[in-house]
Design a binder for this molecule. Sequence first.
Ligand code: PEP
Length: 256
Amino acid sequence: MKKKIIIANWKLNSNIKNISIFLKNLQLNISSYLKYNTVIIAPPTIYLERIYKKINNLNIFLGAQDVDIHKQGAFTGETSILMLKDIGVKYVIVGHSERRLFHNENNKLIAKKFGLIKNSYLIPILCIGESEDEKRNNKTEEIIKNQLDIIFEFFGEKAFVNSIIAYEPIWAIGTGLSADPEYVESIHQFIKDYINQYSSNNLEEIIIQYGGSINAKNAKSFLEKSSIDGLLVGSASLDCKEFLEIIKVSNEILCK
Ligand code: PEP
């Protein structure tokens, strides 16, 4: 059975005190839910190492929220893939819509980062998805094609092996308006079919998450869909109780 992958993206939130409370709660309660789930926590860069020390022995993985395209040198303020790897990071989010919007990251730069992560034997979590305007103008598929095409152009048919795709419609992120699970299912099917045209890889190997206003109440309706391989959770992942509830729901579905 394919495990579901539940990712916490803390963005620019939390502090030492809250992290300590979160980790204590996690340590006490997580073990019984890990059989059917892979859990990844992506905190702000400055807290990565502190968290790694506590989650490493729990079988929870460390994720970074971004990486620079340079491995080292005169690039003030940046964090390199070598540094992330050095402190135990295994997954790196790339192309989050907030990076695209607030840091002007385009598909080409994102493809470069994606390659850098793969070449360093870490696992990229590639965020893709359409804006509200694009959805209204029926451009969702075109946008997704563009976001995937450049990855294929750079890395060929094996591009999405050992990678995760997170379908995150921008209009659903941080708005409280999650997408309809049936709609997400149809987009996930579209992504799988599109990738299948380019690559002879087993479709089972392609991992596609959903992200956008997930919480403990709505998680079940997404996780029940077989084409949704897990969730990328933003604000609801800051509250350990709520995050654990999402993991528990996933576990219950897979236990059946
Ligand atoms: C995200 O940050 O990728 C996200 C999905 O956020 P939220 O769950 O808060 O919508």
